[in-house]
Design a protein around this ligand. Structure first.
Ligand code: PGA
Length: 255
């Protein structure tokens, strides 16, 4: 049985005060009996959100705080970057890797995602590795080829033992922040294909236990249907994670 996970990616939004208020409301009311919950605020507010959540409930795997990015080097002259050791030092449990916005705007290649994944898996952090095709790629019938390349690229050289700690997120680029959600059937098809790729690359035990989240315009009113698909094990939520009531409704929609 794969335990659902609902992660909120706040992206570059909110003030410190708003982050504190949102974290308070979610930490107070999030029901983690059926799903793990992870909040991913901007890096500068990680400590605020962590301390806020800790003042209300236990923070760990079931209710965790995640970073939106991390660098692959342990320390040194890398101006502006943050290391896994720094995140661990704070008590952060998760990190998003290879988000399409980082691939698009910060030019993160599959090789960069691979280097970061290796670094994260050598730490105690749990990576959420994002893959997804653009509209052009989908319309050209290249979805499986693209997400397959991203999956293989990210996991190149990663052992089965380490890969079993990773979480995958399928986020079709054309559905992110656009209000266009993949239909449950479209999402399920790709999730199923990704699970098959994990089985082929590793083995069926890893494929069966791999958690694959869906992301891309997940809202309170479409979450239940998406989450009811056989191979959809949770959601990576952007816009709808910025309001406590909507995000709590998405958490409640997890089976
Ligand atoms: P969205 O973003 O829910 O606003 O579409 C999802 C994501 O990018 O993780």
């Amino acid at each position: 049985m794969r335990r659902p996970l609902i992660a909120g990616n706040w992206k570059m939004n909110l003030t410190r005060e708003q982050s504190r208020n949102l974290a308070t409301a979610i930490a107070m009311d999030a029901n983690t009996s059926r799903a793990d919950v992870v909040l991913c605020p901007p890096a500068i507010y990680l400590e605020t959100v962590l301390e806020t959540a800790r003042s209300i409930r236990t923070v760990g795997n079931e209710f965790g705080i995640g970073a939106q990015n991390v660098y692959d080097k342990p320390n040194g002259a890398f101006t502006g970057e943050i290391s896994t050791a720094m995140l661990e030092d704070l008590g952060i449990g998760y990190v998003i890797l290879g988000h399409s916005e980082r691939r698009q705007f910060m030019h993160e290649s599959d090789d960069v995602v691979n280097a970061k994944l290796n670094t994260v898996l050598a730490s105690s952090l749990t990576p959420i590795v994002c893959v997804g095709e653009t509209l052009e790629e989908r319309e050209a019938g290249r979805t499986l080829e693209v997400v397959g390349r991203q999956f293989e690229g990210a996991f190149a050289g990663v052992s089965e033992g380490l890969a079993s700690r990773a979480i995958l997120a399928y986020e079709p680029v054309w559905a992110i922040g656009t209000g266009k959600t993949a239909t449950p059937e479209q999402a399920q098809e790709v999730h199923h294909d990704l699970r098959k790729l994990a089985v082929l690359r590793y083995n069926s035990a890893l494929g069966d236990s791999l958690r694959i989240l869906y992301g891309g315009s997940v809202k309170a009113d479409n979450a239940a249907e998406l989450l009811s698909q056989a191979d959809i094990d949770g959601a990576l939520v952007g816009g709808a994670s910025l309001q406590a009531d909507t995000f709590l409704r998405i958490i409640a929609a997890a089976r």
